[in-house]
Structures are given as structure tokens and as C-alpha cells.
Write a protein that binds this ligand. Structure first.
Ligand code: ARG
Length: 571
């Protein structure tokens, strides 16, 4: 439809016969909400002054001067608007031929060719089990990375592990005190987290314990061998657990350089800030002053240690050198909005303007389960592993109930269970808090992942039943004029907007735009399928309708893949 829009702009321009830029016309062309008003509309109001005529007269003049071709079947003038009705057969032919030729490459655009985009996401804090908050950054970050890939960018997925900082003084203290009470090798992360919680509690009650923890971290920073060995052990067991989850979620990273990696790379940041004269003393700490009503950004604390922000600044500098990025995106919960605001502000002193401008924080809202039943002893945190297991098990129960002849049940239950959680996470605007109910998100109808997956399974089983084989299709012999019901035409136009949806979702860092689009595709498909017979005796009608089903299957599969969701072959 983009092509047709351009053609319409061109037609208008030559009809006006005036010095109006094509881009100007293009930007004013609208897509009417109500299909009755055409596929495109052009308002003539703003031309009134220039052409010294009423909008209605202008619209009529333009209409007179346009010669219809096979793209446009009709033009109407309504209250100063020109409404264009495109030729549906022409659109159907273009869209379905394009999808048929491109197959799984459909939607790909070369906008970002040769340019790098960093996406910093997931980034859990080691020595703690993976919880639901980190699931969100993992899922949203991956989807954003995939969206940029689809726009032709080279994306770098960075897992900036939280593997350094004062809390490790407490983890070490807890380990030293309580390790004999735990069966660590059996469940290292829960054991370590528990020891940390206990040490934290002790430290709050007893200043002496807090001092020991401080000392532990100081020793760690100074390279004490015993402590470094412990830290390395914490990191190794954590990663081992995380890898299991990433495997299950099919998530891959290009870099695991986390906070510890920047431990020896912060001095350069401090030196640059110092040289620029922006590092000032404030209550014993070294800080950079920001806007008038904003708190300063601490770079070195009064006891001489660096903080989270200092490490992030070192990472920015490093990423400009390693990746020469055009964009560097950070996905975290909205609790870190102020952190990134400060860090990005200070980064302006450290890196070239183009790099500072490319920094983007993408905040998201919290997730909560409707029933707190899966929370841990404390009753607050939900661990991802438990949730995934539960979802997969429930999906399996549903499968057994619905279709006990399924071949690869174990695998499909995984695809559905995980797909349901991922889709649920991506379908609402990311800043909103998400409260959900496992039974609800696993339903095969409604706005759920399984519903979209199920629609895909329907498409391929229809094609199978129809004996459709893409290799035997001669696209030139297809009669596209047979796709003339409103259901068909609307579905085709929806499929056509796929590239546009990808572009918008990437530009707005909002995978929910794609998720909602897939809901629309699935429901338009259901409407079409309920109202029209695909497998009919009329072989021409059958062929063209099968082609539409095939195109739908490609778009759903590809769209789900971008969101990080698998498509089962049976359900
Ligand atoms: N580890 C942090 C957390 O769990 C998230 C890190 C985000 N990335 C960054 N470059 N600061 O809250």
C-alpha cells in the first residue's frame, strides 16, 4: 500500500500543478478510520490559502485532473476531502505475490545496513535466582533486538551481569557464616540468596557485621585471592543456572561483560571528567553537578569506591570503541529511570555527541501474578524457573485434554507454556504493570500466545488438507480478482502493513505494537475462515484462497519469531 500511497501523492501533485513538495503531500495523506471513506484520504483545507479557493472546489479540481489507472478504482469528494478507493485486485496481487516470493524474509528492510545497535538487557544480579522482573527485560530486550535486526541493523545483545558491588561483601559474609547449613551444590542460587538475606538482616542489627561486609568488599576490590576465588565461584554457579534458563527460552547473548568487567576501566572515566573540570567535591564524594533541581551524579563515594553509575559510564565508553554504535538501548524496569537519566547526562562529557545522542533507556512496568501462590517463603519474589515449570505443566494438561494424539507433546507443551508467558509480557504497552493469571494466558481463545499459535496451526492444517504445495504454485496463473469479500480484502491489507508495523514497533521500542498486530491478523483470519470455504470444488478459488492462508501462516510465524515465540506444528 505504501507504493500506492506514493502514486496517489504523485497524482495529486501533477493535478495541482504547483510548487508543493511531494513529501508535503505524502505526509498529509491519511488512512480513514472508516473504510467507507476509502483507503486513503487527502484533506484539501491547507491548500485554500495558497490556491485562493474553497477546499471543496480544490478537491473537485484535483479530481477532474486525475486520470484513473489500474491502482485506483474510484475517487470521491467529501467535505473538502479527496477519498481514494484502491483497486483491491491489484493490491491482493501485489501483496500475496510479494509474500509468496519473499517467504520468511517477508518484512525484512535494509534501513540499518552496516550500522550497529547495542541492546543491553536481561542482566541479572548474580548469586540470586532469576526472578520475574528479569524475565521482562529478557523478553522485551530480545524482541527489540530482533525488531532492529529485521530493519537490517547489526544488533549486539549484551548481558550486563550485575556481578560487582558492595552487596558481594555481604554475600561473602553470609557464605562464611552459614555455608555449612546448606546443601549448596544441590541448589546454589537459592542457598546463596538465603545466606545473603540472613547476613543482610544481621548487618542491620549489628554494625560490626556491616563493617566486616564492607571490609570483605574492599578486599575483593583489592584483589584478595581467597575472596576473588569465592566471587568467581558465585559467578560460575549463577551463570550455570542462568544458561539453563536462557537455553529453555532460546535466548542468546553476544557479550556477558558485566559490572565486574569494568572494575579496572573506571579510572579513565574519572580522569576525563576531572580534566574537563566537571568533577567536584561534595561532602567528601566526587560528583558531577547536573541540572538545577536534579541531584548530582556520584562518581566516587566518600570512602573512595565507585558505584553502579561509574561502571555504566565506563561501559558506555567501551561500547563506543568496541561497537561504534548508532544506538545503544538499555532495557530495565522504570525504577532505574533516574539512574539512566543521570548517566546519560554525564556521558555527554565522556563520549562524542553522536554516541551520547544514541543512548536510549527503555523502561518497563512490573509484573505480578494474580494469585500469590507461587511466591517463595517471603511471599514476595517469584522465581522464573517455578513459573516456567508451572506454565509448561499446565500447557501439557491442556494438550492431553484437547488432543491426545499429538506427536511431540513434550516439546509442544514447552512451546505453548513459554509462548503464553512471553506473549503475555509483550502484548501490553511495556510501561504498564502486568498482573496475570496463568489459566487466563494459556487459553486457546482470547488475546493470548496460544491463540496466535493455534491460528498458525490451523493455517498449516488447512493447507495440508487442501494438498497445497508452494512448489507447485504458478503465481502467474492465480486469479486474484476472486478474492473479493470484505474479509479477504481486509486480511490482505493487514498482511501488507507488516513492514510498517515492524518499523513502528522498533522506532517506539514497543514490541506490543507487533503483538497486537498479530492478534488482529489472527482474528481477521478467523473471520475469513469462518465465512468462506477454502477447500472448494472451484479449483481457481481454492488456489487463490490457499495462497491467502499460506501468506497468513508466513506472517504469523515470522511475527511470533520476532517476539521470540515458537510456532508448534500441532496443537
Ligand atoms: N543488573 C541490573 C539490575 O538487575 C540491571 C542492569 C541494566 N544495565 C545496565 N547497563 N545498567 O537491576
Amino acid at each position: 500500500m505504501e507504493e500506492v500511497k506514493l502514486k496517489i501523492a504523485d497524482m495529486i501533485k501533477s493535478a495541482i500543478n504547483d510548487e508543493i513538495a511531494l513529501e508535503d503531500i505524502l505526509s498529509k495523506i491519511e488512512v480513514p478510520k472508516d473504510k467507507k471513506n476509502g483507503d486513503f484520504a487527502y484533506p484539501c483545507f491547507n491548500l485554500s490559502k495558497l490556491l485562493k479557493k474553497s477546499p471543496v472546489d480544490i478537491a473537485n479540481d484535483i479530481k477532474e485532473n486525475i486520470k484513473l489507472d489500474n491502482n485506483i478504482k474510484e475517487i470521491q469528494v467529501v467535505n473538502g476531502y479527496l477519498n481514494f478507493y484502491v483497486n483491491d485486485t491489484d493490491i491482493s496481487k501485489k501483496v500475496l505475490t510479494n509474500i509468496f516470493n519473499m517467504k520468511e524474509k517477508y518484512g525484512f528492510q535494509n534501513i540499518g545496513k552496516g550500522q550497529n545497535v547495542c541492546v543491553d538487557y536481561s542482566s541479572p544480579n548474580i548469586a540470586k535466582p532469576f526472578h520475574l522482573g528479569h524475565f521482562r527485560t529478557t523478553i522485551i530486550g530480545r524482541a527489540i533486538s530482533n525488531l532492529y535486526k529485521e530493519l537490517g541493523y547489526n544488533t549486539i545483545s549484551i548481558n550486563y551481569l550485575g556481578d560487582w558491588g558492595r552487596q558481594f561483601g555481604l554475600v561473602i559474609e553470609g557464605y562464611k557464616r552459614f555455608k555449612d547449613e546448606y546443601d549448596i551444590s544441590n541448589d546454589p542460587l537459592h542457598s546463596l540468596a538465603d545466606m545473603y538475606v540472613r547476613a543482610n538482616k544481621l548487618a542491620k542489627e549489628d554494625e560490626e557485621v556491616m563493617n566486616m561486609a564492607r571490609e570483605n568488599f574492599k578486599k575483593l576490590e583489592d584483589g584478595n585471592e581467597e575472596y576473588l576465588k569465592l566471587w568467581k565461584y558465585f559467578r560460575d554457579v549463577s551463570l550455570k543456572e542462568y544458561y539453563k534458563l536462557y537455553d529453555l527460552l532460546n535466548c542468546k547473548f553476544d557479550s556477558y561483560n558485566g559490572e565486574a568487567y569494568y572494575n579496572d576501566k573506571m579510572q579513565e572515566v574519572i580522569d576525563i571528567l576531572d580534566k574537563k573540570g566537571v568533577l567536584v567535591e561534595s561532602r567528601g564524594a566526587k560528583v558531577v553537578m547536573l541540572g538545577e533541581n536534579e541531584p548530582p551524579c556520584i562518581i566516587v563515594t566518600s570512602i573512595g569506591s565507585t558505584i553502579y553509575a561509574t561502571r555504566d559510564l565506563a561501559a558506555i565508553l567501551d561500547r563506543t570503541r568496541q561497537y561504534d554504535y548508532v544506538k545503544s538501548i538499555y532495557v530495565t524496569s522504570y525504577e532505574q529511570i533516574n539512574h539512566f537519566k543521570q548517566v546519560f547526562e554525564v556521558a555527554k562529557y565522556i563520549v562524542d555527541e553522536k554516541y551520547a545522542k544514541g543512548l536510549v533507556h527503555v523502561p518497563y512496568g512490573m509484573v505480578r501474578l494474580k494469585t500469590g501462590k507461587m511466591s517463595t517463603r517471603e511471599g514476595t519474589v517469584i522465581y522464573l524457573q517455578d513459573l516456567l515449570n508451572d506454565a509448561i505443566k499446565k500447557a501439557d494438561n491442556i494438550l492431553v485434554e484437547k488432543n491426545n494424539k499429538i506427536h511431540d507433546r513434550e516439546n509442544i507443551a514447552k512451546q505453548i507454556g513459554i509462548g503464553a508467558l512471553v506473549f503475555n509480557d509483550l502484548k501490553t504497552s511495556k510501561i504498564k504493570d502486568v498482573v496475570f493469571d496463568l489459566d487466563e494466558i494459556l487459553r486457546f481463545d482470547g488475546e493470548t500466545g496460544p491463540y496466535i499459535q493455534y491460528t498458525y496451526v490451523r493455517t498449516i492444517s488447512i493447507l495440508k488438507k487442501a494438498g497445497f504445495n508452494e512448489k507447485n504454485i504458478d503465481i502467474n496463473s492465480i486469479d486474484f480478482s476472486m478474492l473479493n469479500t470484505e474479509d479477504e480484502v481486509e486480511l490482505i491489507k493487514k498482511l501488507d502493513s507488516f513492514s510498517d508495523v515492524i518499523k513502528r514497533a522498533a522506532n517506539e521500542y514497543e514490541p506490543s505494537i507487533l503483538a497486537r498486530y498479530l492478534i488482529d491478523v489472527a482474528s481477521l483470519f478467523s473471520r475469513f475462515y469462518n465465512n468462506s470455504q477454502v477447500i472448494t470444488n472451484d479449483i481457481n478459488l481454492k488456489n487463490v484462497r490457499c495462497l491467502l492462508v499460506y501468506a497468513t501462516s508466513i506472517v504469523i510465524k515470522k511475527g511470533l519469531a520476532i517476539l521470540g515465540i515458537d510456532t508448534p506444528n500441532e496443537m
